[in-house]
Design a protein around this ligand. Structure first.
Ligand SMILES: NC(=O)c1ccc[n+]([C@@H]2O[C@H](COP(=O)([O-])OP(=O)(O)OC[C@H]3O[C@@H](n4cnc5c(N)ncnc54)[C@H](OP(=O)(O)O)[C@@H]3O)[C@@H](O)[C@H]2O)c1
Length: 406
């Protein structure tokens, strides 16, 4: 039996789990693939030598994380004709294009299933299963930390701050959760997904993103009243011959497959005319789970490769897209207020789908849902409404995804 030698960079949460899993699964892999998986060596800050590892490996697994030296090692491995498997979304979202180009030139594989959507095998599905489908849109809950926080807020009525503290205590959020809660982590993953789904050169800079820091317990309570779920959703879609790639909190109707994805789970919905939609969901992270996705990539690289992906094409990024919105206003409860608001919305071509009014003493709370409209139009109307003297607090709004697949 010939061996297939794997050099492991990084031996932390995922690296150590991968090391253990590789030993545990070596017999089963040999029985299926006909080659013996062997660890040729490990590199961390305190042990191992990269040159030596490269010489003695068929494939390099990069589980260091961050940009440098992960980028340099991955590039050198590819240039030396070694396959590379990584779980590093930062690396992919910043240097994906050049690394994939290097892999193509050398005729080796660069696989990164664990870098997007946690353990959800979406990369393989888009690249292989759906290789012949014309994809229109990809929606994803691709950050487990924020989904955990939003789920807790919905379950307990807690504030954002309290739910974040819980998430940190339970290990679902890091001590510094900034890149999770501000949407940047999800944006990096959406850049990778957009590149895959549309074969387009999308970078992190092309992604517009918003996080969940400003979501209130009230927003969640309204969502419940309206029978909606509030999620941080990444969207990549074809718009007017270009692409829009964005991440923001949205309301979803119960019939949308992402509405019921709770806790730290991730999920991705792919839409195409030929298939309607396919949704995959699963754990968003975790050492053993991620290691399993990494090992799946290693095994794929051991088998003669499928059709390699072609080079990404330049694309126009569209930022002013259509969306339905929910608008929340607290106003003085006096005659003519609703008429004035409706007029300002109407002037910008914003059409109202529903209005719910509730008394709050001398004030009233208006919850307005509007039909899909260009964001710039909606924001212009809200800007004008924000100046009305009967407004008690600044207007708040959240996007609404209207599709359901029932
Ligand atoms: N944790 C998860 O659930 C999860 C899920 C999906 C994807 N990922 C991704 O998987 C990757 C690894 O994450 P992790 O949680 O396993 O990280 P981690 O626990 O911090 O482990 C990082 C490892 O890399 C090593 N390392 C750091 N800097 C190095 C350097 N300059 N040279 C050589 N080795 C270096 C560390 O060595 P020392 O031992 O010497 O410090 C450590 O062994 C990241 O890209 C992460 O985004 C993680």
């Amino acid at each position: 039996v010939t061996s297939f030698r794997v050099g492991l960079l990084g031996h932390g949460t995922v690296g150590a789990a991968f090391d253990a899993l590789l030993r545990e699964r070596a017999d089963a892999v040999e029985a299926t693939v006909g080659r013996r998986l062997e660890l040729s060596g490990v590199l961390t800050r305190s042990r191992g030598d990269f040159e030596e590892l490269l010489e003695t490996s068929d494939l390099i697994v990069e589980l260091i994380g961050g940009l440098e030296p992960a980028r340099e090692y991955a590039e050198r491995a590819l240039r030396a004709g070694r396959h590379v498997v990584t779980a590093n979304k930062q690396l992919l979202s910043h240097h994906g294009a050049e690394l994939l180009a290097a892999a193509r030139e050398q005729g080796v594989e660069l696989r990164f299933e664990a870098a997007v959507g946690g353990v959800v095998p979406i990369v393989r599905v888009i690249r292989e299963t759906l290789a012949a489908a014309h994809l229109e849109r990809v929606h994803g809950i691709v950050n487990g930390t924020t989904n955990f926080i939003l789920t807790e807020m919905a379950r307990t009525g807690a504030s954002y701050e309290a739910a974040l503290a819980d998430a940190q205590r339970l290990g679902y959020a890091e001590a510094d959760p900034s890149d999770d809660v501000n949407g940047k982590d999800a944006a990096a993953k959406m850049a990778i997904l957009a590149r895959l789904a549309f074969g387009a050169a999308v970078e992190l800079e092309d992604v517009t993103y918003e996080g969940i820091e400003h979501v209130t317990a009230d927003d969640i309570a309204y969502a419940r009243e309206l029978d909606l779920a509030l999620k941080l959703v990444g969207t990549a879609e074809r718009v007017d011959g270009g692409l829009s790639v964005r991440v923001h909190p949205v309301f979803l109707y119960g019939g949308h497959p992402l509405a019921s994805v709770d806790g730290s789970f991730n999920a991705v919905t792919v839409e195409s005319p030929a298939i309607t939609e396919i949704t995959l969901s699963g754990p968003g992270a975790g050492g053993p789970q991620t290691a399993s996705a990494v090992l799946g990539d290693v095994i794929s690289a051991m088998i003669p490769p499928a059709v390699p992906p072609g080079p990404a094409q330049p694309v126009e990024i569209v930022t002013d897209v259509e969306s339905a919105f929910y608008l929340h206003l607290e106003v003085a409860d006096r005659p003519g207020v609703l008429a004035q608001i409706a007029e300002l919305l109407g002037l910008q071509g914003v059409s109202v789908k529903s209005v719910v009014q509730k008394g709050l003493g001398a004030d009233a709370r208006l919850t307005i849902v509007v039909h899909p409209v260009r964001e710039s139009r909606f924001l212009a109307a809200v800007g004008l409404i924000g100046r009305l003297d009967f407004l008690r607090v600044p207007p708040r709004w959240i996007r609404v995804i209207e599709e359901v697949f029932e």
